[in-house]
Design a protein around this ligand. Structure first.
Ligand SMILES: Cc1ncc(COP(=O)(O)O)c(C=O)c1O
Length: 379
């Protein structure tokens, strides 16, 4: 049966509990499982780092909604990234990363993986020829974020998949900003999808988690081996919360997009705003590609404020309903100053972000309240 996104998000990997009939997978708060004689596992479970039934339900659901062969759930998005990179790369290998990658991803490359012998080059992913030219014989992965954090740049996933595959490299797509509801990288040729499930998938700012979804069973098996060997797994309660969030992803994303479009309208005509970065705007350089590969344009909006860095910081300090905080993708609206907050670790690097930039994660509150709050904060 070819089930729709919402059906998969609510049912994939989730049978009613065989003992009680509970319609939601229970939180299996357990580390080990009784064996019926040595090696006699009742349901394939022996130790919860290797597998846990609550996590399995989430992993199967993630694979289904991303259209992949295997899903794996981790303790955080960065734990998922680290496990992926240390599965598919070895010392001496090279990776291409976005020139405005998420700051924590950049830090993982610059401060951890480089010491381990993996080199990287930041490239403008919107320019496919530049990416092709930057590929080296030792390039093992092209790392894609689209839309990017925080500049909302767009990369053409299908075009970059052919660049990667021509070079014998893998295409990894961080799908955190779009969520599987708005964008399906595997259908466009990606080999593996990465998520900070902390964001839209979890959706309620109450859990930190990460995920990998592999397009092939073979890559899925290698990743699962390393997930167990490295051990940065999602705990059962975190897996349960994330699965609970995933069930409502589609309806939440529709409202995030509705509200973000209204916020963009307000900002685009505001005299204190010098630029609005949103892939839904026809003048956005990635608009055509975004229209081709995304269902809608998402709930993240960035903008630049007239008056420079202090003016941008002042706007962040003045909102009342938009909470000043890092992270994104929850039901509540958040505002932040990337240069001093989420992307402070990229200061002085090629990935440094403009000081006059403000990033919004537009939540699903009453949109008129959000517009009133932004208007008073902009003055
Ligand atoms: C695009 C993106 N990828 C990865 C991460 C890392 O995820 P986590 O914070 O769950 O480790 C983040 C976190 O903000 C992110 O925004």
């Amino acid at each position: 049966m070819n089930e729709g996104f919402e059906t998969l998000a609510i049912h994939a990997g989730q049978e009613a509990d065989p003992h009680t009939g509970a319609v939601v997978p229970p939180i299996y708060a357990v580390s080990t499982y009784k064996q019926d004689g040595v090696g006699g596992l009742r349901a394939g479970y022996e130790y919860s780092r290797s597998a846990n039934p609550t996590r399995t339900a989430l992993e199967e659901c993630l694979a289904a909604v991303e259209g992949g062969a295997r899903g794996l759930a981790f303790a955080s998005g960065l734990a998922a990234e680290d496990t992926l990179l240390r599965t598919v790369c070895a010392p001496g290998d090279h990776v291409l990363i976005p020139d405005d990658a998420y700051g924590g991803t950049f830090r993982l490359f610059a401060k951890v993986l480089e010491r381990w012998g993996v080199s990287y080059d930041p490239v403008p992913l919107g320019d496919v020829d530049a990416v092709r030219a930057a590929v080296r014989p030792e390039t093992k992965v092209i790392w894609v974020e689209t839309p990017t954090n925080p500049l909302l740049g767009i990369a053409d996933i299908a075009a970059l998949a052919s660049v990667a595959h021509d070079a014998g490299a893998l295409l990894a797509v961080d799908n955190t900003f779009a969520s599987p509801y708005l964008q399906q990288p595997i259908a466009l040729g990606a080999d593996v999808v990465v998520h900070s499930t902390t964001k839209y998938v979890g959706g309620h700012s109450d859990v930190v988690g990460g995920a990998l979804v592999a397009a092939s069973a073979e890559l899925g098996e290698r990743l699962a081996y390393h997930q167990n060997a490295m051990g940065a797994v999602a705990g059962p309660f975190d897996a349960w919360l994330t699965l609970r969030g995933l069930k409502t992803l589609a309806v939440r994303m529709e409202r995030h997009c509705d509200n973000a479009e209204r916020v963009v309208e307000l900002l685009a005509s505001h005299p204190k705003v010098t630029q609005v970065l949103y892939p839904g705007l026809p003048e956005h350089p990635g608009h055509e590609v975004a229209a081709k590969q995304m269902r809608r344009y998402g709930g993240m909006v960035s903008f630049r404020v007239a008056g420079g860095e202090q003016a941008a910081v002042d706007v962040c300090d003045r909102t009342r309903l938009f909470t000043l905080g890092e992270s994104l993708g929850g039901v509540e609206s958040l505002i932040e100053h990337p240069g001093r907050m989420t992307h402070a670790s990229a200061a002085g690097s090629p990935l440094e972000v403009p000081g006059d930039l403000v990033r919004l994660s537009v939540g699903i509150e009453t949109v008129d309240d959000l517009l009133a709050d932004l208007s008073q904060a902009l003055g």
